[in-house]
Design a protein around this ligand. Sequence first.
Ligand SMILES: C[S@@+](CC[C@H](N)C(=O)[O-])C[C@H]1O[C@@H](n2cnc3c(N)ncnc32)[C@H](O)[C@@H]1O
Length: 420
Amino acid sequence: MSLSIHDLNTRHFAGRLSAPVLDTLSPIDRERPEVRAFTERAFRQMRAANFRAEDFTTALAHALSRVVPNILPGAWTVPVPPITATDRNRLFDEYLAHRFTANPTTRRLLDIGCGFPPHTTLDSAQRLADWQIVGADPLIPDYLVTDNNGDYAAFNAKDAMLYFQSSAIENDRWNDSHADRRATEQRFITLARDINRRTLNPIAAYERNNLRFVQAGIGEIDEPFDAIRCLNVLYYFDRAFRVKTLAWVNRCLNDGGVFLCGATAPNGSTPRYTVYRKEGETLVDAEFAMSIESILPTTLIAWYTMYDDDDTETRRHTNAMRLIRSDNDFTRDHAAAFDALLSEYGCGGRSADGYLHLASETMPQPAYRQAMRSVAARLDEAGYVDRAIETLKRAGIGAWRNAVDNIAMTPCNALDAPIP
Ligand SMILES: C[S@@+](CC[C@H](N)C(=O)[O-])C[C@H]1O[C@@H](n2cnc3c(N)ncnc32)[C@H](O)[C@@H]1O
């Protein structure tokens, strides 16, 4: 049985969450089991990562109590929602551009679980213009039906509705459309009877000279690639599925190829990912990496996983965070620098009682994201990426700054301890 917010606060934060945070979290006590279990997992990870009550913002509480109920699989007609966003995975395009510099032949990238609309695959086709790219997803719709607000429902060839989707995940319309899902579904099914409303084969609009799409999932493609990426997909699945995924990736990757898998926030922040390298016949678990933002994460994505400690990148991130944050000098200096930069860029700060607050709900999203990017860049300039690397080395982990300025670690299995 799930614990109440009060009990979670007592167990994982010694009762120290702020009153506004507790107030914002309180609706979770009345939520369905899936939401309560998700919250409980998030709290367990936070404690394991040495995440402090003072750093738990009302913005994070809002994401847990208002956004999570509408984006967990139980809120959809499909087990894995197709949520995606432009710019989300740019980091991985940069990673590949650096990794494969000399380019004697055309490289081939598979973006598996690309989502719809396939914004991030389109980003890749622009950045990696000399690559051939395949975007694949089992839920590519056969047609769409759009309402007068621009919200739409996706249908398959047998006229079965796959899912409906609002144009933005945090707006009121999204919540309204989920308040009575059956009514929303029925509304789109009725609209779909008018064949003039149907946009047929909508994926075709995203094809480019170097980009094509296939309706297929993990294990259903049998072609050679130099790089495969699977982003914001595997945290929906259990460990057995990941084992099968890795075996399939090993079959498809060319020698010297890489597999990138992990998670990023929809705005591209707070990435955590594993890089596997194909060496001969073997897929080597070569590198786990995360950004400076991941040391004191402000976004929900840091805690996003559907299974108790089954998602590899979530577990590795939690364990890496704990190692870095166990260095008291680092944690104190980093928090002070972070707070000062938040104030300087007007995107947050710390109140007199020591609790962090963010302007994520009051600033326009693009300005907020830009300010948070600047904060991360300035933390790096001030030496905190290098200090985190030194801290990890002292803890016995091989650590370095990777090609995209993230904190990279090896051996990965040193970060695989289960979350207590
Ligand atoms: C949260 S979206 C991620 C989209 C995009 N990769 C991104 O990072 O924004 C997850 C996607 O995984 C897809 N998916 C579900 N089951 C899958 C499977 N067995 N193999 C590959 N993709 C799958 C879903 O259809 C969905 O589009």
